[in-house]
Ligand binder design. Structure first.
Ligand SMILES: Cc1cc2nc3c(=O)[nH]c(=O)nc-3n(C[C@H](O)[C@H](O)[C@H](O)COP(=O)(O)OP(=O)(O)OC[C@H]3O[C@@H](n4cnc5c(N)ncnc54)[C@H](O)[C@@H]3O)c2cc1C
Length: 561
């Protein structure tokens, strides 16, 4: 539904069963689940969809092998199950990720792990081959019979150096197991959101609308574009504000202390040598301070991360000079011959994990999720369900739990499950490579597209490529002057159909243009002109949008041109 229509509808009728504040992955997942049950619900975000913590992840779909040493067995089992669900439900935006742990010691960690488990060791500790082997056996055991991917295996030094000649020759073993990767979490989130909206007239989503306060038994919504405020009267509020949860509760009358967030920063680098050295494997390893860090294949680039630093205000999260030094320094630890410098950085990002407050080492804070409930009272005539913690990987499980709590409170019963429901372009996705090839050939044959172009669109949008192509064919089209991998009508499709409100939504969250370092001043201008045509922007607005995008790119992502 269009932004203006939704806003006008709230003006006419402010009643809604469920108001979800925050459209990160947990809010979006809950929205889709509730919409599927036929409930009327409204989801809002003060920024764009998936622009908070959900945009700052390490792009891994994982059980979290590391959490085993903290004794988080329930979380690991659930996350592995959800990882497999996502790989099946969104095959167009996820893929299996071979992950390799280079191991430099035999026995370390054997005593530390049990100590950690019973809470007597409160710092990261060195992990040797035996403890890693035990962890991987448990990891495999949790998904036996339910995994689309093979189990783990160990290579000795000789085998490892043969596979990865640039690897630190001091390595004793390399353990390889499978997790999942999501190269574009922002696109995945938008598709889940759109699936929710498509469930009927009762589910609506608004970006750039914040929960600004409460008055006379209503939550005040503020349109961040016009400044206009409107009351909305929900029966239940779901606070899916991630690291902003306590700030939101304060605004809507509940004072809480549910969050003690930690910041994590990442760099994307253009370094063909390193990209070649890792192959298609993620390298997941222990750094000098005992923290686990990663080198991740991100298309033809490399993603490096991450840090884990306490932070009070999520609005202040941006990579610092110290973090950049720390992250760059981790590459020679594993690939000593490869020099990575600041000149190689093409993009950087930071986000805050919405973790519960806890003392001690940040790496030891539980990554599990919970629903914290503040019951209604005379001044606040709605219960507030705050979604604390959780992983991108396990968003569906938390969303389902939240939806069940909402349904029970409203006296309704669940009528459908999201467990094996395909997402967006994952619907009717051809099951193997041969069928995918045939699907692409079929699409090309029915249209004016070359097989190559059909394949690119299938890679980006899965089976939704059909809708994209329908739109492309309705008018004259041509490749962008400054990025022949996209066409003018493809950009127009995204703007028109994916709730783009600001130019940066398109650049940062509907496409990977900025993440892959493909943006140039000319391309930004070209894309801004196409967006302006779709959204009826004035010349002045176009200039403002370009300036806004430049500022965000410079401040949050270190991209300056
Ligand atoms: C550095 C880092 C690395 C991570 N890596 C991984 C990983 O590899 N794999 C994995 O599974 N998980 C990972 N995670 C965890 C995962 O990304 C988060 O737990 C998850 O995205 C949290 O989602 P959320 O919806 O709860 O919060 P968010 O995505 O932060 O959503 C909250 C939303 O609330 C909005 N909001 C705030 N205030 C208001 C207001 N007043 N009104 C309206 N809206 C408001 C914000 O704009 C925001 O969009 C990582 C997290 C971080 C930070």
């Amino acid at each position: 539904m269009k932004r203006k229509e939704t806003w006008d509808r709230i003006r006419k009728d402010p009643g809604v069963s469920v108001l979800i504040i925050g459209a990160g992955i947990n809010g979006i997942g809950t929205f889709r689940d509730l919409a599927l049950q036929g409930l009327d619900c409204l989801i809002i975000d003060q920024g764009d969809f998936c622009s908070g913590a959900s945009m700052a992840s390490s792009h891994m779909l994982h059980g979290g092998i590391r959490y085993l040493e903290n004794g988080e067995f329930r979380l690991v089992r659930e996350a592995l199950h959800e990882r497999n669900n996502l790989l099946r439900n969104a095959p167009h935006l996820t893929r299996p990720l071979p992950t390799t742990i280079p191991i430099f010691k035999w026995f370390s960690g054997l005593f530390n792990a049990p100590l950690k488990f019973i809470g007597l060791l409160d710092k990261p500790a060195e992990r040797g081959a035996i403890i890693i082997k035990m962890g991987l056996m448990l990891y495999d055991a949790y998904v036996r019979g339910d995994s689309p991917m093979p189990g783990h295996h160990m290579d000795n030094r000789q085998e490892a150096l043969k596979k990865w000649p640039q690897l630190n020759p001091q390595v004793r073993f390399a353990a390889t197991y499978y997790d999942g990767a999501m190269p574009s979490p922002e696109r995945l989130a938008v598709e889940i959101l759109q699936d929710g909206e498509a469930e009927g007239d009762n589910a609506a989503a608004l970006n750039y609308v914040s929960a600004a306060g409460s008055k006379g038994g209503a939550v005040l919504l503020k349109d961040e574009l016009s400044g206009e405020e409107l009351p909305v009267r929900p029966q239940i509020v779901v606070n899916a504000g991630g690291p902003w949860i306590d700030f939101i509760n304060q605004k809507v009358d509940g004072k809480t202390h549910f969050i003690g967030g930690t910041k994590g920063s990442h760099l994307i680098i253009d370094h063909p040598g390193l990209r070649e050295a890792i192959g298609d494997h993620e390298f997941f390893f222990e750094y000098v301070d005992g923290r686990i860090v990663l080198i991740f294949p991100f298309r033809d680039r490399v993603l490096l991360g991450t840090t884990d630093i306490r932070i009070e205000d999520p609005d202040q999260a941006a990579p610092t000079e110290e973090e950049i030094e720390y992250i760059l320094g981790m590459v020679p630890h594993v690939f000593p011959e490869l020099e990575v410098t600041r000149q190689d950085i093409i993009f950087q990002f930071s986000g805050v994990r919405p973790l519960p407050p806890a003392s001690g080492a940040t790496g030891q804070i539980s990554r599990d999720h919970s629903i914290e409930i503040v019951e209604k009272d005379p001044g606040q005539p709605w219960p507030i369900l705050s979604l604390v913690g959780g992983k991108w990987t396990s968003y569906r499980a938390l969303s389902e739990e939240t939806a069940d709590e909402v349904l029970q409170r409203l006296g309704k019963t669940r009528r459908a499950s999201t467990e094996s429901l395909p997402i967006g372009g994952g619907v009717e996705y051809p099951s193997d490579e041969e069928k995918q090839k045939a699907w692409i050939e079929d699409l090309a044959a029915q249209t004016n597209l070359s097989a190559n172009r059909a394949s690119i669109l299938f890679g980006r949008y899965g089976t939704r490529a059909e809708d994209v192509v329908c739109f492309l064919e309705e008018g004259e089209d041509q490749p962008l002057k400054h990025h022949p991998g996209y066409t003018r009508r493809e950009i127009a499709f995204l703007v028109k159909n994916e709730m783009v409100t600001h130019l940066d939504d398109l650049i940062l969250r509907r496409s990977l243009l900025a993440w892959l370092g493909q943006l140039t001043p000319d391309l930004l201008k070209e894309v801004a002109e196409i967006t302006a045509q779709q959204l009826d922007w004035s010349r002045e607005r176009v200039e403002k949008e370009i300036e806004r995008t430049r500022e965000i790119l410079s401040h949050d992502h270190g991209v300056r041109f």
